[in-house]
Design a protein around this ligand. Structure first.
Ligand code: PLP
Length: 467
């Protein structure tokens, strides 16, 4: 399976190159040349398979001959062995036909562990085969950074530099990035927003000389391997509820559009998904786009669900490429409008978007009410991101089974939960030392040259140490 860029002018790559590439050299994102389709029997058999085994079946068609089945199986087993629940992603039935898919049983209590734990192993595997190393630079709105640092802290071949918006992540999120002591992981607080951090990372990828010098690689949700790893839980959950003989709906708390795009991929691979709901907080660019046909950036507002405080949903470009019949000229036009005017019009793509997705935004008071009522009615505490998913599922309303993706554990946002419910959720025992361990991080200006110098120092030290 080869990969092509949404902007149409970057070279085609194989899976192992895509794992390391991040953003394509033409500024686009990589997608497989075609969509593999799993048979009904294959999907039906997932019901009794382990999460790691489902991951192997889902991911194998995308790797071509770059990784063997046995190697993929070994990596998937290792990636999911450390999860706090034996099923990795348990499905909790709150009310008849209403399910919560708990994706927060990994080491940093958010769904990003599911993909990142596997991605770290895939990257190390590819680098080892090549005798190479890499520098990963990532931007985080809170959860990606911790998941990346946690996944790569054991790596001998990768340095990780994570940019996070200073003062805009929760204490638990920050500490997950700043308390690991390994020398190959670095947390950097940028004086700016998440979108500033993401813009810095994109600029570093577009600086080709710098990119080659530091052997730059990406683990943000633009990394294709992360998306494909997330496809696994759509299949795992739906098969437990009767797929492919029954269609299931999913409500997905959305920021960068990676997680919900994985749901779209599952659908393209043959999983019958009835409704795919884009759930947002007050940063509602995607619900507005679905409702009005115009993608228009506004300022970011800080909410109780900071991992969704985003106005640029990078992976939406992947979906638009599909909606546009894979015409890179259309994407180049839309992205030029976005760069020039901070907006673009969907035009002929709008009806396609509306057919593929439903969408709804949750206000801060919707989120608080939802968390309070869910606790009172079912004795279940939602985190604020997941609550956006529940609010959106209620608002869209649909018959049949509805699965809301629980993207974080409530203990990751204890201040917000305590303010809403009056009770402070406790961290799982395995994270007992998190709030008292020493922190280590740098604070830098929102300035490309400064950040590039930092990354360059980290990379050159490792290149020198490796001789
Ligand atoms: C990252 C994140 C999201 C948004 O996921 P995307 O793939 O960026 O759309 C939602 N909830 C939580 C808790 C997250 O960490």
């Amino acid at each position: 399976m080869n990969y092509i860029s949404t902007r149409g002018t970057a070279p085609e790559l194989a899976f192992d190159d895509v794992v390391l590439a991040g953003l394509a050299r033409d500024g686009g994102l990589y997608l497989p040349k075609s969509w593999p389709v799993l048979s009904a029997e294959t999907i039906r058999a997932f019901k009794t398979k382990s999460f790691a085994d489902i991951a192997v079946e889902v991911i194998l068609p995308f790797v071509g001959d770059t990784i063997s089945r046995a190697d993929l199986k070994r990596m998937a087993d290792a990636a999911y062995a450390g999860f706090g629940d034996p099923t990795v992603a348990p499905l909790v039935e709150l009310a008849p036909g209403r399910y919560i898919l708990e994706l927060f049983h990994g080491p940093t209590l958010a769904f990003k562990d599911v993909a990142m734990q596997l991605l770290a192993r895939l990257m190390d595997h590819v680098l080892e085969k090549r005798g190479a190393r890499a520098t990963i630079v990532g931007a985080t709105s809170g959860d990606t950074g911790g998941a990346a640092i946690e996944a790569f802290r054991a790596s001998k071949r990768v340095d990780v530099v994570i940019l996070f918006p200073d003062g805009r992540v929760s204490d638990v999120q920050r500490r997950m990035m700043t308390t690991p002591t390994e020398k190959n992981v670095h947390a950097v607080a940028v004086k700016g927003t998440f979108d500033d951090c993401q813009a810095l990372v994109k600029a570093m990828f577009n600086d080709h000389a710098f990119r080659d010098r530091v052997q730059l690689s990406g683990v943000n949700s633009i990394n294709w391997a992360r998306i494909v790893a997330q496809v696994t839980y759509y299949f795992a959950a739906a098969s437990r509820l009767g797929a492919p003989d029954k269609a299931v709906s999913f409500s997905v708390p959305t920021g960068n559009f990676g997680d919900i795009f994985a749901g779209y991929v599952a659908r393209r691979m043959g999983l019958p998904i009835k409704q795919l709901i884009v759930a947002s907080n007050e940063n509602d660019i995607l619900p507005r786009t679905v409702t009005t046909g115009v993608y228009e950036m506004k300022g970011v507002v800080a909410t109780s669900s900071p991992s969704m405080d985003i106005q640029i949903s990078s992976n939406f470009e992947r979906y638009l490429f599909e909606a546009a019949g894979r015409d890179p000229g259309v994407i180049r036009g839309l992205m030029k409008d976005l760069a020039d005017r901070k907006r673009f019009e969907l035009g002929a793509l709008w009806p396609i978007v509306k057919a593929d997705f439903a969408a709804a935004a949750a206000s801060e008071s919707d989120v608080a009410t939802c968390i309070r009522e869910t606790k009172a009615k079912y004795g279940y505490v939602l985190d604020p991101h997941t609550a956006c998913g529940v609010v959106a599922a209620d608002r869209v309303g649909t018959s049949g089974d509805m699965v809301v993706l629980a993207t974080a554990h409530p203990a990751k946002f204890p201040d917000a939960i305590e303010a809403i419910t009056g009770a402070r959720p406790g961290l799982p025992a395995r994270l007992a030392d998190l709030m008292t361990d020493a922190e280590r991080f740098d604070v830098v200006a929102n300035d490309l040259a400064t950040v590039e110098q930092f990354v360059e120092r980290v990379a050159q030290a490792s290149i020198k140490a490796a001789g």
